[in-house]
Design a protein around this ligand. Structure first.
Ligand code: 3HC
Length: 401
């Protein structure tokens, strides 16, 4: 049971306004802050649009009852002063986060939890902008887009984060109707964005190098793998600039990846995805339009080539004890709405086939990041191949057992 009554959300962009909406939907009082009135006004009209959808479906009685729980402010200090829990969702730049957290240090109540919704910056570094006694109260609380629909919250422990803060954040996630997973080590991109980046970047490299057309890849992702959005469709939905920033931030902190050149090229050309009306696909009026994809295109791409890099990353996270097997699978099911966990995909294809796919990618794309993780190689040597051998990441009963 969470003791949080008032939440202060910093940043009224896509994630900030979504988080404010979720909290208000769950009966909490919210103050939403941004630096310009027009950002706050834009956020409130998007919240209203989303709440109206929920009211039409009968999920809530009326949008106005929920909206009245959200106050807006241009004054960070006063917004912070009466909050039990602060969630910062400002732009992904360390100097901005540092400024915000040092101001929170002076204005928030000593017992308030200070969470950042950063997707790729280190929690430890953010916490170093508050005074030493407060650092235990700083934590990562990473939501997924759209926050009102996506069930997952990654709870990320920094070097200083106390167990009490983790507990309070888990409790708040539960009160918000979300399912938390624990990221024990503050690695760049945590669980979901690392796994997702491997998958999206591989799809993008395949298109860039002319191995497949994007429509073929997206059809394979949707119809072959059963994922809710194709790789290019999802990239447009997230925002090409956001994706580019996430990948660059992770690479700057040691994540080994050859970034697909299409992202930076599109970014310079202002093709940012849904928000700019054009990304890989056209989205007239900056409204998301689901691309129509012919089912027959799916057969042109071997889907294991898209899944294998994501499995490889997940194997790294498991081997390094960043998160548990179950939390990694839960994270991709609820953070990306995959129909099954990434280890479940691995077990159904077979660990040996995943390794083989990584070798094929290494040859086709010439990137070192496709080197199979030692955990996969060890599993193959031990005969732990997945469903076909009865044991992989999970145990399976074979017929007759
Ligand atoms: N508010 C209220 N309702 C919404 C909504 C919102 N913001 N967005 C969608 N909906 C509703 C729609 O109205 C629709 O309702 P209906 O079924 O009653 O008509 C329902 O949700 C389904 O929406 P659509 O029919 O428009 O489209 P889909 O069936 O494709 O579902 C989706 C949309 C849930 C977004 C699905 O496509 C999906 O799961 N996509 C993957 C999203 C994903 O991977 N997100 C994570 C990205 S990574 C991230 O956020 C991390 C960050 O750090 C970058």
């Amino acid at each position: 049971m969470s003791n949080v009554r008032r939440i202060f959300v910093i940043g009224a962009g896509t994630m900030g306004h979504g988080i404010a909406e979720v909290a208000a939907l769950r009966g909490l009082n919210v103050t939403l802050y941004d630096v310009k009135q027009e950002f706050l006004d834009g956020a409130m009209s998007k919240i209203k649009w989303s709440l109206d959808r929920l009211a039409e479906k009968g999920t809530i009685k009326s949008s106005s009852e929920v909206i009245q729980r959200i106050a807006t402010t241009l004054d960070l200090e006063s917004g912070a002063s009466d909050a039990d829990f602060v969630i910062e969702a400002a732009p992904e730049r360390m100097e901005i986060k540092r400024d915000i957290f040092s101001r929170l240090d002076r204005s928030a109540r000593p017992e308030a939890v200070l969470a950042t919704n950063t997707s790729s910056l280190p929690i430890t570094e953010v916490s170093e902008s508050v005074s030493a006694p407060r650092r235990g109260r700083v934590i990562g609380m990473h939501f997924f887009n759209p926050p009102v629909i996506m069930q997952l919250v990654e709870v990320v422990k920094g070097k200083y984060t106390s167990d009490e803060t983790v507990k309070a954040t888990y409790e708040l996630a539960g009160a918000l109707g979300k399912q938390p997973v624990l990221v024990r080590v503050d690695v760049p991109g945590f669980i979901v964005n690392r796994v997702m980046a491997r998958f999206l970047n591989t799809a993008c490299l395949m298109a860039e190098r002319g191995l497949h057309r994007m429509e073929e890849i997206d059809a394979a992702v949707r119809y072959g793998l059963g994922m809710p959005m194709g790789a290019f469709e999802l990239s447009d939905y997230i925002g090409i600039d956001v994706l580019d920033d996430i990948i660059k931030a992770m690479i700057a902190r040691g994540f080994s990846m050859t970034p697909c050149g299409l992202y930076s090229g599109m970014r310079s050309a202002g093709k940012l995805g849904v928000k700019s009306g054009q990304g890989f696909y056209a989205h007239p009026g900056s409204k998301f339009r689901k691309p129509e994809l012919d089912r027959s295109l799916a057969a042109k791409v071997d889907p294991i080539l898209l899944v294998a890099p994501a499995v490889n990353e997940a194997a790294y996270l498991l081997r390094e004890e960043v998160a548990s097997r179950d939390d990694i699978d839960k994270a991709v099911r609820l953070g990306l709405n995959y129909p099954k966990g990434i280890f479940e995909y691995a077990d159904s294809y077979g660990v040996d086939s995943v390794i083989d796919a990584l070798r094929r990618l290494e040859e086709a794309l010439g990137s070192r990041e496709y080197e199979p993780d030692p955990l996969l190689l060890e599993m193959r040597s031990a005969g732990k191949l997945g469903v076909k051998s009865g044991q992989g990441f999970y145990a399976y009963k074979r017929r007759g057992e």
